[in-house]
Write a protein that binds this ligand. Structure first.
Ligand SMILES: [Zn+2]
Ligand SMILES: [Zn+2]
Length: 278
């Protein structure tokens, strides 16, 4: 829960309005795929949507805002699971509003638990009265796939980065369509929601993420992204997915289609995590 002063408020929606709107958009999308026509809303659908600028009264953030569940991971399912000894469950929650001190992002909270201790789970998570609709995740089942990521090019040893550049140029010359393989986009850093791996600093220069408690360089724990793949998908689009699979099944959107990176201190899980948007 947060006090309202912590929030930057512009457009508030109730969770039920957000879900109803998404249902309408999804129906229009499904219709477009089924009929091979352009995506378009009917007049009736349009009438059911709130206006683009509509907001619930800003005073509604004065009510307590329960955190919303964002991700739940068990150690047994996730090879890159990181947590204190003895815990087997990580729950990621966030406050679904903008926080100026978090770079106008949701404020993230991490809870490591022993699942055996959760004897009486809530049937449903308490709902916040209002949210920023970009921060209300649509529930998804995850099918984890482990891949190896490689550090952001600028953070590699200089000599290695130079070798990669040469190799990229050669691969471009060899390919028929003149479209070589790109280390950054195709090979090193997976877009989408992920556990572990590396951050993509493409938006700005790499920003040091050092623990506020002990100064140690932090490691990436978890990423919430605005889409699972970029453009046509390239090498990252899961081959198992049908053609009409949405690029953003969670409906979460961070900034202008960026990602929210959550870092942890490798020295101690008691040291505070840090987030950054890129
Ligand atoms: Zn908050
Ligand atoms: Zn630390």
């Amino acid at each position: 829960m947060h006090r309202w002063r912590a929030h930057y408020v512009f457009r508030l929606r109730t969770p039920s309005t957000v879900r109803a709107s998404r249902k309408i958009y999804a129906a229009a999308q499904a219709r477009a795929y089924a009929t091979g026509t352009r995506y378009a809303l009917t007049d009736e659908e349009r009438a059911q949507l709130p206006g683009l600028d509509f907001s619930e009264p800003h005073s509604m953030v004065n009510h307590p805002i329960p955190l919303v569940p964002v991700a739940q991971m068990y150690r047994r399912d996730v090879p890159d699971f990181a947590g204190p000894d003895g815990v087997d469950l990580l729950q990621v929650l966030w406050c679904p509003l903008d926080h100026s001190e978090e770079g106008y992002n949701p404020r993230v909270r991490l809870y490591w638990r022993r699942s055996a201790d959760v004897s009486r789970p809530l049937a449903a998570a308490p709902e916040p009265p209002v949210v920023n609709d970009s921060y209300l995740p649509t529930a998804c089942v995850v099918h984890p796939e482990q891949i190896r990521e490689y550090q952001y090019a600028e953070l590699l040893p200089e000599e290695l980065a130079a070798q990669i550049t040469v190799w990229e140029e050669e691969s471009g010359e060899e390919s028929d369509d003149d479209e070589g393989i790109d280390y950054q986009f195709d090979l090193s850093l997976a877009p989408g929601w992920k556990v572990g791996g590396f951050a993509n600093w493409g938006l700005t220069d790499p920003h040091p993420m050092d623990c506020t408690k002990c100064g140690t360089a932090m490691t990436l724990l978890f990423t919430a992204d605005s889409s699972e793949w970029h453009g046509s998908g390239g090498s990252w689009r899961p081959v198992e997915d049908p053609a009409e699979a949405p690029r953003n099944p969670t409906d979460v959107s961070i900034g202008r289609s960026y990602a929210l990176y959550i870092f942890r201190c490798p020295v101690s899980f008691d040291h505070p995590p840090a987030t950054t948007m890129r």
